[in-house]
Design a protein around this ligand. Structure first.
Ligand code: ADP
Length: 259
Protein backbone atom coordinates (compact mmCIF):
# COMPACT_ATOMS: atom_id res chain seq x y z
CA UNK A 1 0.00 0.00 0.00
CA UNK A 2 1.45 3.33 -1.08
CA UNK A 3 0.53 6.40 0.90
CA UNK A 4 0.32 9.91 -0.46
CA UNK A 5 1.74 12.81 1.54
CA UNK A 6 -1.76 14.00 2.31
CA UNK A 7 -2.59 10.63 3.83
CA UNK A 8 0.58 10.62 5.89
CA UNK A 9 -0.27 14.03 7.26
CA UNK A 10 -3.78 12.93 8.24
CA UNK A 11 -2.45 9.68 9.74
CA UNK A 12 -0.59 11.60 12.41
CA UNK A 13 -3.89 11.62 14.26
CA UNK A 14 -3.90 7.81 14.46
CA UNK A 15 -0.36 6.92 15.46
CA UNK A 16 -1.12 3.26 16.18
CA UNK A 17 -2.60 2.52 12.76
CA UNK A 18 -0.24 1.91 9.83
CA UNK A 19 -2.74 1.38 6.99
CA UNK A 20 -6.44 2.07 6.66
CA UNK A 21 -8.31 0.04 4.06
CA UNK A 22 -11.84 1.11 3.21
CA UNK A 23 -14.26 -1.51 1.92
CA UNK A 24 -17.03 0.15 -0.06
CA UNK A 25 -19.91 -0.74 -2.34
CA UNK A 26 -22.21 1.30 -4.48
CA UNK A 27 -25.23 -0.75 -3.54
CA UNK A 28 -26.39 -2.50 -0.35
CA UNK A 29 -26.61 -6.26 -0.06
CA UNK A 30 -23.73 -7.10 -2.39
CA UNK A 31 -21.73 -8.65 0.45
CA UNK A 32 -19.50 -5.70 1.42
CA UNK A 33 -19.57 -6.43 5.17
CA UNK A 34 -18.93 -10.14 4.66
CA UNK A 35 -15.99 -9.33 2.38
CA UNK A 36 -14.66 -6.76 4.88
CA UNK A 37 -14.56 -9.17 7.81
CA UNK A 38 -13.12 -12.05 5.78
CA UNK A 39 -10.50 -9.74 4.32
CA UNK A 40 -9.56 -8.63 7.84
CA UNK A 41 -9.32 -12.27 8.98
CA UNK A 42 -7.24 -13.12 5.91
CA UNK A 43 -4.77 -10.30 6.68
CA UNK A 44 -4.65 -11.61 10.24
CA UNK A 45 -3.89 -15.10 8.91
CA UNK A 46 -0.94 -13.57 7.04
CA UNK A 47 0.46 -12.54 10.41
CA UNK A 48 -0.63 -8.88 10.49
CA UNK A 49 -2.33 -7.22 13.44
CA UNK A 50 -5.73 -6.12 12.20
CA UNK A 51 -8.71 -4.09 13.35
CA UNK A 52 -12.21 -3.71 11.94
CA UNK A 53 -14.22 -0.51 12.17
CA UNK A 54 -17.86 -1.02 11.32
CA UNK A 55 -18.83 2.28 9.73
CA UNK A 56 -22.10 0.88 8.43
CA UNK A 57 -23.87 2.95 11.02
CA UNK A 58 -27.44 2.33 9.84
CA UNK A 59 -26.93 -1.42 9.51
CA UNK A 60 -24.01 -2.53 11.65
CA UNK A 61 -23.40 -6.22 11.03
CA UNK A 62 -19.86 -6.76 12.37
CA UNK A 63 -20.95 -7.60 15.98
CA UNK A 64 -23.08 -10.48 14.73
CA UNK A 65 -20.45 -11.71 12.27
CA UNK A 66 -17.75 -11.54 14.94
CA UNK A 67 -20.03 -13.45 17.30
CA UNK A 68 -19.94 -10.92 20.12
CA UNK A 69 -22.28 -8.47 21.76
CA UNK A 70 -19.82 -7.40 24.41
CA UNK A 71 -19.91 -3.73 25.40
CA UNK A 72 -16.64 -1.82 25.06
CA UNK A 73 -15.00 -0.72 28.29
CA UNK A 74 -13.86 2.85 28.75
CA UNK A 75 -10.79 3.90 30.72
CA UNK A 76 -11.97 7.50 31.17
CA UNK A 77 -15.69 7.68 30.32
CA UNK A 78 -14.89 9.19 26.89
CA UNK A 79 -12.65 6.90 24.89
CA UNK A 80 -13.14 3.15 24.39
CA UNK A 81 -11.14 -0.03 24.25
CA UNK A 82 -11.81 -2.07 21.11
CA UNK A 83 -13.56 -5.42 21.45
CA UNK A 84 -11.25 -8.36 20.82
CA UNK A 85 -12.85 -11.09 18.69
CA UNK A 86 -11.43 -13.84 16.45
CA UNK A 87 -7.98 -12.29 16.78
CA UNK A 88 -9.20 -8.89 15.56
CA UNK A 89 -9.70 -5.57 17.34
CA UNK A 90 -13.19 -4.34 16.54
CA UNK A 91 -15.39 -1.29 17.02
CA UNK A 92 -18.97 -0.83 15.88
CA UNK A 93 -21.92 1.36 16.74
CA UNK A 94 -23.60 -2.02 17.14
CA UNK A 95 -21.58 -2.62 20.33
CA UNK A 96 -23.08 0.54 21.83
CA UNK A 97 -26.76 0.14 20.94
CA UNK A 98 -29.27 -2.73 20.92
CA UNK A 99 -29.44 -4.76 17.73
CA UNK A 100 -33.10 -3.89 17.10
CA UNK A 101 -32.70 -0.16 17.77
CA UNK A 102 -32.70 1.89 14.54
CA UNK A 103 -30.27 4.79 14.08
CA UNK A 104 -32.40 7.79 13.17
CA UNK A 105 -29.56 10.23 12.63
CA UNK A 106 -29.10 12.67 9.80
CA UNK A 107 -25.85 12.60 7.83
CA UNK A 108 -23.75 15.07 9.83
CA UNK A 109 -24.50 13.30 13.12
CA UNK A 110 -23.75 9.90 11.67
CA UNK A 111 -20.46 11.22 10.26
CA UNK A 112 -19.54 12.71 13.61
CA UNK A 113 -20.36 9.48 15.43
CA UNK A 114 -18.16 7.56 13.00
CA UNK A 115 -15.23 9.93 13.38
CA UNK A 116 -15.56 9.43 17.14
CA UNK A 117 -15.62 5.65 16.81
CA UNK A 118 -12.44 5.90 14.73
CA UNK A 119 -10.55 8.46 16.78
CA UNK A 120 -11.67 7.62 20.28
CA UNK A 121 -10.98 3.91 20.15
CA UNK A 122 -7.69 2.79 21.68
CA UNK A 123 -6.46 0.79 18.70
CA UNK A 124 -3.38 -1.16 19.72
CA UNK A 125 -0.54 -1.23 17.16
CA UNK A 126 -2.45 -2.10 13.98
CA UNK A 127 -0.86 -2.99 10.67
CA UNK A 128 -4.29 -2.67 9.06
CA UNK A 129 -7.58 -1.13 10.03
CA UNK A 130 -10.32 -2.40 7.72
CA UNK A 131 -13.29 -0.02 7.54
CA UNK A 132 -16.65 -1.44 6.52
CA UNK A 133 -18.19 1.69 4.96
CA UNK A 134 -21.93 2.26 4.62
CA UNK A 135 -23.19 1.33 1.14
CA UNK A 136 -23.55 4.07 -1.45
CA UNK A 137 -21.82 7.27 -2.43
CA UNK A 138 -23.80 9.82 -0.49
CA UNK A 139 -22.78 12.57 1.81
CA UNK A 140 -21.55 10.34 4.65
CA UNK A 141 -19.31 8.25 2.42
CA UNK A 142 -17.87 11.31 0.73
CA UNK A 143 -17.13 13.08 4.01
CA UNK A 144 -15.60 9.92 5.47
CA UNK A 145 -13.33 9.38 2.50
CA UNK A 146 -12.20 12.97 2.77
CA UNK A 147 -11.66 12.97 6.51
CA UNK A 148 -10.37 9.48 7.22
CA UNK A 149 -6.77 8.97 6.12
CA UNK A 150 -7.57 5.99 3.90
CA UNK A 151 -4.49 4.29 2.44
CA UNK A 152 -6.50 2.39 -0.14
CA UNK A 153 -10.05 1.41 -1.01
CA UNK A 154 -11.58 -1.77 -2.36
CA UNK A 155 -14.98 -1.74 -4.02
CA UNK A 156 -17.24 -4.77 -3.75
CA UNK A 157 -19.78 -5.49 -6.47
CA UNK A 158 -21.78 -8.35 -7.89
CA UNK A 159 -21.62 -9.03 -11.65
CA UNK A 160 -25.12 -7.61 -12.04
CA UNK A 161 -25.46 -4.46 -14.18
CA UNK A 162 -27.33 -2.51 -11.54
CA UNK A 163 -24.63 -3.24 -8.94
CA UNK A 164 -21.87 -2.38 -11.41
CA UNK A 165 -23.42 0.97 -12.26
CA UNK A 166 -23.39 1.86 -8.56
CA UNK A 167 -19.89 0.44 -8.04
CA UNK A 168 -18.63 2.75 -10.80
CA UNK A 169 -19.94 5.69 -8.81
CA UNK A 170 -17.94 4.35 -5.84
CA UNK A 171 -14.75 4.23 -7.91
CA UNK A 172 -15.38 7.75 -9.19
CA UNK A 173 -15.96 9.00 -5.65
CA UNK A 174 -12.59 7.67 -4.45
CA UNK A 175 -10.84 9.13 -7.49
CA UNK A 176 -12.43 12.50 -6.79
CA UNK A 177 -11.12 12.56 -3.21
CA UNK A 178 -7.77 11.08 -4.32
CA UNK A 179 -8.01 7.88 -2.32
CA UNK A 180 -5.94 5.17 -4.07
CA UNK A 181 -8.11 2.29 -5.33
CA UNK A 182 -6.61 -1.11 -4.53
CA UNK A 183 -9.10 -2.90 -6.73
CA UNK A 184 -12.47 -4.44 -7.28
CA UNK A 185 -13.86 -7.58 -5.68
CA UNK A 186 -16.61 -9.40 -7.52
CA UNK A 187 -18.85 -11.19 -5.02
CA UNK A 188 -21.57 -13.75 -5.75
CA UNK A 189 -19.81 -14.30 -9.08
CA UNK A 190 -21.23 -17.77 -9.72
CA UNK A 191 -22.95 -20.63 -7.94
CA UNK A 192 -21.70 -24.22 -7.99
CA UNK A 193 -24.41 -26.72 -7.10
CA UNK A 194 -23.01 -28.84 -4.24
CA UNK A 195 -25.01 -31.86 -5.49
CA UNK A 196 -24.39 -31.97 -9.22
CA UNK A 197 -21.49 -29.52 -9.67
CA UNK A 198 -23.41 -27.45 -12.23
CA UNK A 199 -22.14 -23.90 -12.36
CA UNK A 200 -24.70 -21.11 -12.75
CA UNK A 201 -23.94 -17.43 -13.20
CA UNK A 202 -26.93 -16.11 -11.31
CA UNK A 203 -26.08 -12.40 -11.45
CA UNK A 204 -24.55 -12.49 -14.93
CA UNK A 205 -20.91 -12.84 -15.84
CA UNK A 206 -17.86 -10.86 -16.84
CA UNK A 207 -19.05 -7.60 -15.28
CA UNK A 208 -16.14 -7.30 -12.86
CA UNK A 209 -13.61 -7.94 -15.63
CA UNK A 210 -15.20 -5.41 -17.97
CA UNK A 211 -15.26 -2.81 -15.26
CA UNK A 212 -11.67 -3.49 -14.25
CA UNK A 213 -10.59 -2.89 -17.87
CA UNK A 214 -12.78 0.15 -18.35
CA UNK A 215 -11.56 1.87 -15.18
CA UNK A 216 -8.05 0.45 -15.21
CA UNK A 217 -8.33 -1.00 -11.71
CA UNK A 218 -7.29 -4.50 -10.63
CA UNK A 219 -9.89 -7.23 -10.23
CA UNK A 220 -8.62 -8.65 -6.94
CA UNK A 221 -10.78 -11.74 -7.00
CA UNK A 222 -14.11 -13.41 -7.64
CA UNK A 223 -16.01 -14.97 -4.75
CA UNK A 224 -18.72 -17.54 -5.45
CA UNK A 225 -22.24 -17.45 -4.06
CA UNK A 226 -21.97 -20.20 -1.46
CA UNK A 227 -24.27 -21.09 1.43
CA UNK A 228 -21.25 -21.72 3.68
CA UNK A 229 -20.23 -18.05 3.44
CA UNK A 230 -23.69 -16.94 4.58
CA UNK A 231 -24.05 -19.59 7.30
CA UNK A 232 -20.58 -19.05 8.77
CA UNK A 233 -20.99 -15.26 8.86
CA UNK A 234 -24.43 -15.59 10.48
CA UNK A 235 -22.95 -18.04 12.98
CA UNK A 236 -20.45 -15.48 14.25
CA UNK A 237 -17.41 -17.11 12.68
CA UNK A 238 -16.85 -15.97 9.09
CA UNK A 239 -15.38 -18.40 6.55
CA UNK A 240 -11.69 -17.52 6.96
CA UNK A 241 -11.96 -18.17 10.73
CA UNK A 242 -14.46 -21.05 10.58
CA UNK A 243 -12.75 -23.12 7.91
CA UNK A 244 -9.29 -21.68 7.23
CA UNK A 245 -8.18 -24.55 4.98
CA UNK A 246 -11.26 -24.44 2.72
CA UNK A 247 -11.28 -23.45 -0.97
CA UNK A 248 -13.32 -20.39 0.00
CA UNK A 249 -10.88 -19.20 2.68
CA UNK A 250 -8.11 -19.53 0.10
CA UNK A 251 -9.97 -17.14 -2.22
CA UNK A 252 -10.15 -14.49 0.52
CA UNK A 253 -6.47 -15.01 1.40
CA UNK A 254 -5.46 -14.59 -2.26
CA UNK A 255 -7.45 -11.36 -2.40
CA UNK A 256 -5.73 -10.10 0.78
CA UNK A 257 -2.31 -10.84 -0.74
CA UNK A 258 -3.19 -9.07 -3.98
CA UNK A 259 -4.61 -6.02 -2.23
P1 ADP B 1 -23.65 -5.61 2.41
O1 ADP B 1 -22.65 -5.29 3.47
O2 ADP B 1 -23.18 -5.29 1.03
O3 ADP B 1 -25.02 -5.07 2.67
P2 ADP B 1 -23.60 -8.31 3.50
O4 ADP B 1 -22.16 -8.59 3.64
O5 ADP B 1 -24.38 -7.96 4.73
O6 ADP B 1 -23.83 -7.20 2.38
O7 ADP B 1 -24.26 -9.55 2.75
C1 ADP B 1 -25.63 -9.65 2.49
C2 ADP B 1 -26.08 -11.09 2.72
O8 ADP B 1 -25.47 -11.93 1.73
C3 ADP B 1 -25.64 -11.66 4.06
O9 ADP B 1 -26.65 -12.49 4.54
C4 ADP B 1 -24.38 -12.46 3.74
O10 ADP B 1 -24.19 -13.54 4.64
C5 ADP B 1 -24.70 -12.95 2.35
N1 ADP B 1 -23.50 -13.15 1.51
C6 ADP B 1 -22.53 -12.26 1.23
N2 ADP B 1 -21.62 -12.77 0.38
C7 ADP B 1 -22.04 -14.03 0.09
C8 ADP B 1 -21.55 -15.10 -0.74
N3 ADP B 1 -20.46 -14.95 -1.47
N4 ADP B 1 -22.24 -16.26 -0.77
C9 ADP B 1 -23.39 -16.41 -0.03
N5 ADP B 1 -23.91 -15.46 0.75
C10 ADP B 1 -23.25 -14.28 0.81
Amino acid sequence: VVRSHAVQAKLAALPNVKNIIAVASGKGGVGKSTVAVNLALALRAEGASVGVLDADIYGPSQPRMLGTSEKPTSPDGKSMNPIEALGLQAMSIGFLIDEDQPMVWRGPMATQALMQLLNETHWKALDYLVIDLPPGTGDIQLTLSQRIPVSGAVVVTTPQDIALIDAKKGLQMFRKVEVPILGLIENMSFYCCPNCGHRAEIFGSGGGERMSEQFDVALLGRIPLDARIRAQADGGKPTVAADPESDLAKIYRDIARRA
